[in-house]
Design a protein around this ligand. Structure first.
Ligand SMILES: Cc1cc2nc3c(=O)[nH]c(=O)nc-3n(C[C@H](O)[C@H](O)[C@H](O)COP(=O)(O)O)c2cc1C
Length: 238
């Protein structure tokens, strides 16, 4: 197998605690940023700015931000869940329900959870990471004639993947945290880092090394024949 394909297949979401005291080196961070720098973007607009957070006080302030879960999230999250490993292996898309609290997996509880549960702090998401990257974009711009700036958002995804593959190649744990860009947290995050009003947060990334042997998560993908069509939609390629 080619080296690049090995890195692509081994890249994964590091959903476990990181060692606060083991920070990725500056040299490695620069390599990750270099990978972002060379990502393709629509019209080569490079509409992104990255805030690196490695200051202990700021990490603590971010950790104290409270974010509330919405019923909409709970409902749509549920639609992606499998409830056994067998089911997930069969479906080949989505994630395992056991990654989430029981109440998130119980449709009758969603309203109550969204209304009554205590907002959780971002600390629970950051989980000891000694360095975060906050990826922002200038919401006043868009890729030419791109409705809803979908091409701009695809570009932010290319930046994400380039950095993720670089981190994987360097042996650095990497997890996306969408919650930083969610309505319930974005303004507070922006305040801590003096991010201008016109910038929006696309996502944040936690980087680090596991505190202990990382758990193994079941990761599934569709087979190539499950998503490829030859010349005519529905015609098999493989
Ligand atoms: C746009 C985007 C947003 C994501 N947001 C989150 C997130 O908030 N939390 C998280 O743990 N993973 C997040 N992920 C990671 C996906 O859930 C993950 O890539 C997918 O389940 C496949 O698992 P793998 O990364 O281990 O291959 C996000 C991925 C993308 C591309």
């Amino acid at each position: 197998m080619s080296e690049i394909l090995k890195i692509i297949q081994n890249r994964h979401s590091s959903r476990y605690s990181f060692d606060r005291k083991h920070q990725p080196s500056r040299q490695d961070l620069v390599q990750i940023l270099e990978a972002a720098r060379w990502a393709p973007t629509a019209h080569n607009m490079q509409n992104f700015e990255i805030v690196i957070v490695d200051d202990k006080k700021r990490l603590e302030d971010l950790g104290n931000i409270k974010s509330k879960i919405s019923e909409e999230f709970l409902r749509e999250n549920y639609q992606q869940l499998s409830f056994t490993e067998e089911e997930l292996l069969q479906k080949k898309v989505g994630i395992l329900g056991t990654m989430f609290p029981q109440s998130w997996r119980t449709p009758n509880d969603w309203g109550k959870v969204a209304r009554e549960s205590e907002p959780s702090s971002l600390d629970q998401t950051i989980r000891g990471s000694p360095v975060l990257l906050i990826v922002t974009y200038d919401a006043r711009k868009r890729a030419p004639a791109s409705e809803g700036d979908i091409l701009g958002f695809i570009s932010l995804g290319c930046i994400m993947e380039n950095m993720w593959l670089m981190a994987q190649a360097l042996g650095i744990g990497f997890q996306i945290m969408s919650v930083f860009g969610a309505e319930s947290a974005e303004q507070d995050v922006k305040k801590i880092h003096a991010i201008p009003e016109y910038m929006r947060i696309a996502y944040a990334i936690r980087l680090g090394y596991p505190v202990s042997e990382p758990p193994k998560f079941l990761r599934v993908r569709r087979d190539i024949e499950g998503f490829v069509h030859n010349n005519r939609f529905g015609n098999r390629f493989l």
